[in-house]
Each structure stands twice: as structure tokens, then as C-alpha cells.
Design a protein around this ligand. Structure first.
Ligand code: KIV
Ligand code: ZN
Length: 385
């Protein structure tokens, strides 16, 4: 039987922290319901102590969704945990996500503390949260830049204190995939009691390696991934949910399953982009406008013969009706003939050649040729002959 990978969505917490992406409570409920349809296992609904708005959103999201676990973020501070517990009172399945920085940089500059003091504070926070909630996740902030031996001591201590999930964030997006994978492997091999908790990845995209790092973590034993829709999040963003879900769907050999209903990926991406006013870059993997658009003549010819030539994902798998053949000056006769046939016009031989010649001239002037242009070209050709 294949292993299950838990999908922890933090679009409404790490994603929503992005300037300009703030949502009101009604919008957050709409997103949470969509995430439930998408099949995420955990929704990180907010950081309740940060504002009354965030507190209220966690309350309302808890009432609105049924299946996913609702998670609230806290620092390793009792007041934060108290507020988070209150905000989760209506959640059917609830989780507190508490933690503290563990890298030498965080220990020195943020906390002016020692490594031992950080372990004490981490353990105290987990024990305190555990008095109120069974499911407690601990994050070792900046674990990506935390020395492995010390990190293993922190992880062992919080598991002993009752943490059910331990999150290993590459907060600054610094790690190389091999390094991040080694880190997870090191923890799997050196932490006593590691089998009592799930190890989670949480990767940022500062160097464009968030997805690769997350995958490397999974291949080395992590069984929860923290992701956002469209990869939105602090600075360059977080690992994108759709990339991880589709990597695992395409690479069956990895033999790890998620609960994601991939046909909801595209509608969810559109919803997040429009509610958060955050355009998706056209060449974004899986959900970008060009992700299924074939534009060169050679590719178009291949795809029209058999999609397998240049397509590794069926667009329907992510909820898109079909791929698109974009007509430009790089397109060949086959693509033009195909587009004409979708417009109900069958042309062959010299007729097709005549229209194709006119098409190339127009395409050299315009970037993209649309259906109206084609109908106009066919009309002009018929009038001439
Ligand atoms: O990137 C990070 O370290 C975080 C933690 C708060 C989990 O977002
Ligand atoms: Zn983060």
C-alpha cells in the first residue's frame, strides 16, 4: 500500500501575510470551503493573537468546514496559545502550531538566549498547548540554517513533550535540495521516538528551490508538506500545492498518495488569484496561462498528431477543459488547418497554402492570431479567388 502524504495548506496564513493579499472573513470562509473541496488535510487558518480579524476568521472557518483539521499558529508564548485555543473552540478537528527559532542567528538576534534555553521554551510551549489540544505541531523556525545535531535534540525534546507533528521550515529558502533532504534523513535516523510524530516540510522559494526541497524532504521521510495555492507567501513565496500534488500524480513510481482532488486545482488557483488580487505568472508550472499552450510549429504538429509527444499532464486532470494551440508566426500549416476545422472550415492543398501565406504575413505583424483574424483571412482569400 502506498504511503499517505498529508497536505497542510497555509494559503490563509503564510500566503495571506503577503502585502496586498489580505482577505476579509467572508472571503476567507469561501477559500476554506474551496480548500476542503480540493481535499487538503489541514487548513492553517491564521495567527489568532495577531489581530481581532485573524482571531475571528479562525472562529468562522472552524464553523464553516467539516473534514480538514483547522490549525492556528502561535509563538512559543502562553498568551498566544490561550488565544489560539479559544479561536479553535468550534473546530471539529483542531491543531495548535507553536514554535520558536532554532538557528544560531535567531537564538542570538531574536531571543538573546542560549541553545539550552530555546529547548526549554520549546518544550514548555508544547506541554502547555498539549494541556488544551491533543494535536500539537511544533515548528523549529529557520531549521534550514540550524545545525543538524542541535536540531535533532530540539526535535527529540518536543516529541517527548507530546508534539504530534514536527515542522522543519527552511524559513529563508536557503537550503539546496540535497542539503534539505539530508537534514530530514538525519532526523529520521538520529531522533529517538521519531516514529511517534510526523515530520513536516515548510519551504520558502527565495532561491527558486521550494518545490525541489519539499520533494527532497518527502523522499527522505517527511509525510506532511506545508504549501500554498499558486505558491504565494512571504517574499518569493512558499512551495506550491499544485506542483507537489501533480509531481506525485505524474510520478507514480514514488508511490506516495495525497488526498487532493486534482480536478479542483485550476478553479482553486483562479479563485485565490482573483480574491487576493495576485496574478499568476503566465509560465507558472501547472496553473500558468501558458502551462498548456503550445506555440511552436514543431510542438503544435506533434501535439496534433498525439498529445503524448509534448504533454505530460492531461489538462482535464487539473480541471482545465483542454490545451491550447496558440497561433503565432511560429505555427505551421497543421496548426492552422486544425484551428480552421474547429471553426467549421475544412481547407486542403492550394486553398490551405493560400490562406497560410496570408496568415504568416499577418502573424509577423501581430503577436497572436485570433479566430476573428482567421475568418477575415479566409474571407479575403475566397474574394480573391
Ligand atoms: O517560514 C516559517 O518558518 C514559518 C513558521 C512560522 C512556520 O512560516
Ligand atoms: Zn513560512
Amino acid at each position: 500500500m502506498s504511503d499517505k502524504l498529508y497536505i497542510f495548506d497555509t494559503t490563509l496564513r503564510d500566503g495571506e501575510q503577503v502585502p496586498g493579499c489580505q482577505l476579509n472573513t467572508v472571503e476567507k470562509i469561501e477559500v476554506a470551503k474551496q480548500l476542503e473541496k480540493l481535499g487538503v488535510d489541514v487548513i492553517e487558518a491564521g495567527f489568532p493573537v495577531s489581530s481581532p480579524g485573524d482571531f475571528n476568521s479562525v472562529i468562522e472557518i472552524s464553523k464553516a468546514v467539516t473534514w480538514p483539521t483547522i490549525c492556528a499558529l502561535t509563538r512559543a508564548v502562553e498568551k498566544d496559545i490561550d488565544v489560539a485555543v479559544e479561536s479553535l473552540q468550534y473546530a471539529r478537528h483542531k491543531r495548535i502550531h507553536t514554535g520558536i527559532g532554532t538557528s544560531d542567528s535567531h537564538i542570538k538576534y531574536k531571543f538573546n538566549a542560549t541553545r539550552e534555553e530555546i529547548i526549554e521554551r520549546a518544550v514548555a510551549a508544547v506541554k502547555y498547548a498539549k494541556r488544551h489540544v491533543e494535536d500539537v505541531e511544533f515548528y523549529a523556525e529557520d531549521a534550514g540554517r540550524t545545525e543538524n545535531e542541535y536540531l535533532a535534540r530540539v526535535v527529540e525534546a518536543v516529541i517527548k513533550a507530546g508534539a504530534t507533528v514536527v515542522n522543519i521550515p527552511d524559513t529563508t529558502g536557503y537550503c539546496l535540495p540535497s542539503e534539505y533532504g539530508e537534514k530530514i534523513k538525519y532526523l529520521m535516523e538520529h531522533v529517538d521516538g521519531i516514529d511517534k510524530a510526523i515530520i513536516s516540510t515548510h519551504c520558502h522559494n527565495d532561491l527558486g528551490m521550494a518545490t525541489a526541497n519539499t520533494l527532497s524532504g518527502v523522499l527522505n521521510g517527511a509525510r506532511q508538506v506545508e504549501v500554498t495555492v499558486n505558491g504565494i507567501g512571504e517574499r518569493a513565496g512558499n512551495t506550491s500545492l499544485e506542483e507537489i500534488a501533480m509531481i506525485l500524480k505524474c510520478h507514480r513510481d514514488i508511490d506516495i498518495e495525497t488526498n487532493i482532488n486534482t480536478s479542483k486545482i485550476y478553479p482553486t488557483s483562479r479563485m485565490i488569484s482573483s480574491l487576493m488580487n495576485m496574478p499568476v505568472q503566465p509560465n507558472k508550472a501547472i496553473v500558468g496561462r501558458n502551462a498548456f499552450a503550445h506555440s511552436s510549429g514543431i510542438h503544435q504538429d506533434g501535439v496534433l498528431k498525439n498529445v503524448d509527444t509534448y504533454e505530460i499532464i492531461d489538462p482535464k486532470d487539473i480541471g482545465l477543459d483542454e490545451n491550447s494551440i496558440v497561433l503565432t508566426a511560429r505555427s505551421g500549416r497543421a496548426a492552422l488547418k486544425y484551428r480552421l476545422s474547429t471553426l467549421g472550415i475544412e481547407l486542403d492543398g492550394s486553398k490551405l497554402d493560400g490562406v497560410y501565406e496570408k496568415f504568416l504575413k499577418l502573424a509577423d505583424r501581430k503577436k497572436e492570431i485570433h479566430d476573428d483574424d482567421i475568418l477575415m483571412l479566409v474571407g479575403a482569400d475566397t474574394a480573391e479567388n
